[in-house]
Design a protein around this ligand. Structure first.
Ligand code: MLT
Length: 265
């Protein structure tokens, strides 16, 4: 497993394929293994850069809040270490999308196009913040177990739950590889993330938005709102898919990504 030594932690990543680079930023509380279906199908055409964010998967944890800015800086550090200085495509799922917004705000010259999947521009509501605080308490007192158990059924569509037990098992395994420090750090970072909605009208790079029709964690209206506000953006809604479009409908997801990338070339 390749790693880079960040001053604060050891970052695991994969760097696969050749072609236009795409940085894939995973969601909470997941890791780079969630992008396995993209590695399999897309690395013949693109260079896929897949970090494990600090404390996730095989990257070592640090204590304290993982702000979206901090995680975006970690991604930039990895790109620097790999010598990738040209503008790239950034693809983020859910929390990875929050980080993609932070990355674009901090390093606009490094982003050529954007893929936002199962994510939102709006900040947490007061109720959502309250739930994050409860989850932080839960993680501190009981570890990861109950968080994973309560999230699994909410992440995937009815069809995935009925027909794709291997995927559910894989998602559980991926989540269990997250450290408690990262769960707490992510929750603190997500609850204090800024409102990205005012920023949407300034985005003037090609943007693809992919959302699952059955996503209950981030309702489809959030994707429609981003689509209406980001000039020239493309919106794809996938049926029988909830919060993990790239895993639940990998071939459709990959085909849309490929079309989008081909249109840019
Ligand atoms: C994620 O999938 O990254 C999280 O569900 C996002 C969130 O909790 O806001």
């Amino acid at each position: 497993m390749p790693v880079v030594e960040h001053p604060q932690f050891r970052m695991a990543y994969d760097d696969d394929g050749k072609g236009q680079p795409i940085l894939f930023i995973h969601g909470y509380p997941l890791n780079r293994k969630m992008w396995q279906p993209q590695r399999q199908e897309l690395s013949s055409s693109f260079r896929l850069i897949l970090p494990d964010l600090r404390g996730h998967g095989e990257s070592t944890p640090t204590e304290g809040e993982y702000s979206m800015n901090l995680l975006a800086e970690d991604c930039a550090f990895l790109l620097d270490q790999l010598g990738i200085t040209q503008p790239i495509t950034v693809c983020g799922l859910s929390m990875g999308g929050y980080i993609a917004f932070a990355f674009l705000r901090k390093y606009p010259q490094r982003v050529k196009s954007l893929i936002l999947t199962a994510t939102r521009a709006a900040p947490d509501s007061p109720e959502a913040r309250e739930k994050r605080l409860q989850a932080i308490q839960e993680a501190r007192s009981q570890g990861l177990g109950s968080i994973v158990d309560s999230m699994i059924p909410r992440l995937t569509s009815k069809r995935t739950q009925q027909e794709n037990q291997p995927l559910l098992d894989e998602v559980r395994k991926i989540m269990q590889a997250t450290s408690v420090s990262a769960v707490i750090g992510d929750l603190q970072g997500m609850m204090s993330r800024p409102d990205s909605r005012p920023f949407l009208a300034e985005i003037n790079i090609p943007t693809l938005i992919i959302h699952g029709r059955e996503d209950i964690l981030i309702p489809i209206t959030e994707a429609q709102e981003m689509h209406n506000s980001i000039r020239g953006s493309r919106l794809v809604i996938l049926d029988d898919v909830a919060h993990l479009p790239n895993m639940e409908a990998p071939h459709q997801f990959n085909a849309h990504l490929r079309n989008f990338m081909d249109d840019l070339a």
